[in-house]
Design a protein around this ligand. Structure first.
Ligand SMILES: *Cc1c(COP(=O)(O)O)cnc(C)c1O
Length: 373
């Protein structure tokens, strides 16, 4: 039987597409470390875990797992709307914000309707474009010796926007660089764009931000009908395993996204846990404070070892070893510490390290000292 060329059968945009690279195989690594404790610093998860109220909410809903969840996620949307000072109709929920980023591409991009994002922006933006068959234009990032190394250059992104640009993706702060731009810079950027170019500001790490110059773009929604903002429960809220995110935009934009949203895309425990997590501001503030303390301590410790550490308003640090980082990565993994390789981002000399608990960071530094000898 002759094999079919499935790639040739796929829509043309998929031909140059590679599947999202989730990093090292954690399931295999955990199996290999059975008995020992693996320090998992590869996926920017929240080492502190979620609010205890989220766990309690999940236990509470176990008796109704045979029922479909609320297809519109009304309670969670109303809680989010109250939290962010918007109308519930301006919110759509997703199976993680990843789903919503893909949905934005599916709905608004396509052949002749291009997508622009920064060179070292989050990998999902290019995926969203190519999956929709849209041309993707990466805008050059800031130089390595910039105060925001490899960060978004809003001027270059603006210059990359052309007559056939439909959609711009920005991450603020950005993954994998950890860099950010101020709310004032974002407002200027939005004002400089043609009114029909949609802009997604991905605020996956906003809960970790401590720089007062960077606040959420959500209040800008009232001024810019072409703006959409995504948030997630995967990072600051510590619920990555449940897969819940949201997008906030004009109710008209949300209504168009709703046309293609999969029904019941957010599961029952996810809806319940996120509503409870949102209500626990004490836990979130504690996470933010702990992360800020550990982020600074870890950045200082790495810098003291002569390593180039990018500034970060997130729960991770991008570290440049100035040489191929693959042997460093292998050495860390051999010692039970899991970083995120960056070769897929075109940064083979870098590793991305999640800021862990104090003890995890200590183990990271100890392993690094052994590896760097
Ligand atoms: C982690 C991350 C997300 C969140 O993805 P979810 O699908 O919500 O888990 C989105 N954007 C960026 C930049 C991220 O790093």
């Amino acid at each position: 039987m002759a094999a079919l060329d499935y790639v040739a059968l796929a829509q043309p945009g998929l031909r140059s597409l590679r599947a999202y690279d989730p990093g090292l195989d954690l399931v295999a690594l955990r199996r290999g470390f059975a008995g020992g404790v693996l320090v998992e610093l590869g996926s920017n998860e929240n080492s502190h875990g979620p609010s205890p109220a989220a766990r309690a909410a999940i236990l509470d809903c176990l008796h109704s797992l045979h029922r479909y969840p609320d297809p519109s996620g009304g309670d969670l949307k109303r809680a989010l709307a109250a939290c962010h000072g918007v109308d519930p109709a301006s919110i759509i929920l997703g199976n993680g914000s990843h789903e919503l980023l893909m949905l934005m591409g599916q709905v608004f991009a396509g052949p002749g309707r291009g997508v622009v994002s920064s060179q070292y922006g989050f990998a999902v933006y290019a995926l969203s474009a190519l999956a929709a068959g849209a041309p993707w234009t990466p805008a050059a990032a800031r130089p390595v010796d910039d105060p925001m190394p490899r960060g978004h250059d809003l001027g270059a992104i603006r210059a990359a926007v052309g007559a056939d640009t439909a959609l711009v993706f920005l991450a603020n702060p950005n993954n994998p660089t950890g860099t950010w731009f101020s709310t004032a810079e974002l407002a200027d950027f939005l004002a400089s764009l043609p009114a029909n170019v949609l802009v997604v500001v991905d605020e996956a790490y906003l809960e970790y931000v401590t720089d007062p110059a960077l606040t959420s773009a959500i209040p800008l929604l009232a001024r810019f009908p072409n703006l959409a903002v995504t948030r997630t429960f995967s990072k600051g809220y510590g619920l990555a395993g449940l897969r819940v995110g949201c997008l906030l935009a004009d109710p008209g934009l949300v209504a168009v996204l709703e046309r293609v949203r999969e029904s019941f895309n957010v599961n029952l425990p996810g809806l319940a846990a996120c509503e409870a997590a949102l209500a626990d501001r004490v836990h979130l503030d504690w996470v933010r404070r702990q992360n800020a303390i550990e982020r600074e301590a870890l950045a200082d410790a790495l810098a003291a070892r002569g390593l180039a550490v990018s500034p970060s308003q997130t729960n991770f640090l991008l570290v440049d070893f100035g040489r191929d980082a693959a042997p460093v990565e292998a050495g860390l993994v051999a010692r039970g510490v899991v970083p995120r390789p960056m070769a897929g981002y075109g940064l083979p000399t870098c590793l991305r390290l999640t800021v862990g608990l104090r003890d995890e960071n200590r183990r990271l530094l100890q392993a690094l000292d052994e590896v760097l000898g």
